[in-house]
Design a protein around this ligand. Structure first.
Ligand SMILES: [Zn+2]
Length: 275
């Protein structure tokens, strides 16, 4: 028999709006269970959810312990990235001999952009960048969330990294590049808190302990934004105004994750720029 377990998500209001669903195949004698489909991002919490499905399987006459072990085995087979990476790396090192490069970026530029997986590789191709050309700083949404913006950037990893890039690595120009269809745009507070709870993190306790106010405050802590270009301009302004950094060109752009097309949002034309 085939058993859909999206009842789990249906029953949890916190998951309303999420597209989490999985299908399991249970053998006729209920001795084995196979993971057929998982539509949410594979991570350990999904495994925990699969295991949480077991009461439902038991109701259907399935041996829960055997089913749970099968789920874990299916999980290991399909979703363990580490071993794949290590295996690939062994082949890579055996087949490639890389030329040594300076740690100083040739084009003396820092790129501040998003962690979005669709930018991996695309960004460099679209900008004409080679290995050793620039330093790249990636944050969720290419943004600096509220705590890091306080104190003119004294606690900001972006400012700290740019300071290192400028003072130690010779960077003299900064490009802030947001992108279309960013996961940090229009974050649904209920989806965020539901996901946290599913992973065993209690959002309300954190909201109270750190004075975030409410769910909207939690979303602000994450760095979510509603206007893409405005977010880029705000990050550009924040970098330009940080007293930890010298006055040098800081430009704002947006890249289309589908076409790779760049749009200039804010060209730095301030007089007296270092360069
Ligand atoms: Zn993004």
């Amino acid at each position: 028999m085939s058993l859909r377990t999206d009842w789990l998500w249906r029953e949890r209001r916190d998951w309303a709006g999420s597209d989490g669903a999985c299908s399991l195949h249970v053998s006729d004698d209920c001795a084995t269970l196979e993971l057929i489909h998982l539509s949410i991002h594979p991570s350990i919490f999904s495994l925990m959810h699969l295991l949480a499905c077991l009461p439902g399987l038991l109701e259907n006459g399935c041996d829960g312990r055997a089913a749970g072990m099968q789920v874990q085995e299916a999980w290991r087979e399909r979703y363990v990235m580490l071993d794949e990476v290590l295996e690939h790396n062994r082949r890579f090192v055996a087949e490639h001999q890389l030329a040594p490069l300076s740690h100083l970026p040739r084009r003396r530029t820092a790129v501040v952009t998003c962690m979005d997986c669709r930018l991996v590789g695309l960004l460099e191709q679209a900008l004409g960048l080679e290995r050793g050309d620039v330093v790249e700083l990636r944050t969720a949404g290419a943004t600096v969330a509220l705590p890091g913006r306080e104190g003119e950037g004294v606690n900001s990893d972006v400012i700290r990294s740019l300071a290192g890039a400028i003072y130690l690595l010779g960077v003299r120009e900064v490009l802030v590049i947001g992108h279309t269809n960013c996961g940090l745009a229009h974050v649904d507070p209920a989806a965020l808190t539901g996901s946290m709870q599913a992973l065993g993190v209690e959002p309300q306790g954190l909201i109270e302990r750190y004075g975030l106010g409410d769910q909207a405050g939690l979303v602000r802590w994450l760095g979510a934004f509603s206007q893409l270009e405005e977010n880029v301009r705000e990050v550009v302004r924040f970098i330009r105004n940080s007293p930890f950094l010298p006055k040098l060109p800081v430009h704002g752009l947006v890249i289309d994750v589908v076409s790779g097309r760049l749009e200039l949002v804010d060209r730095d034309t301030r007089p007296g720029l270092a360069g």
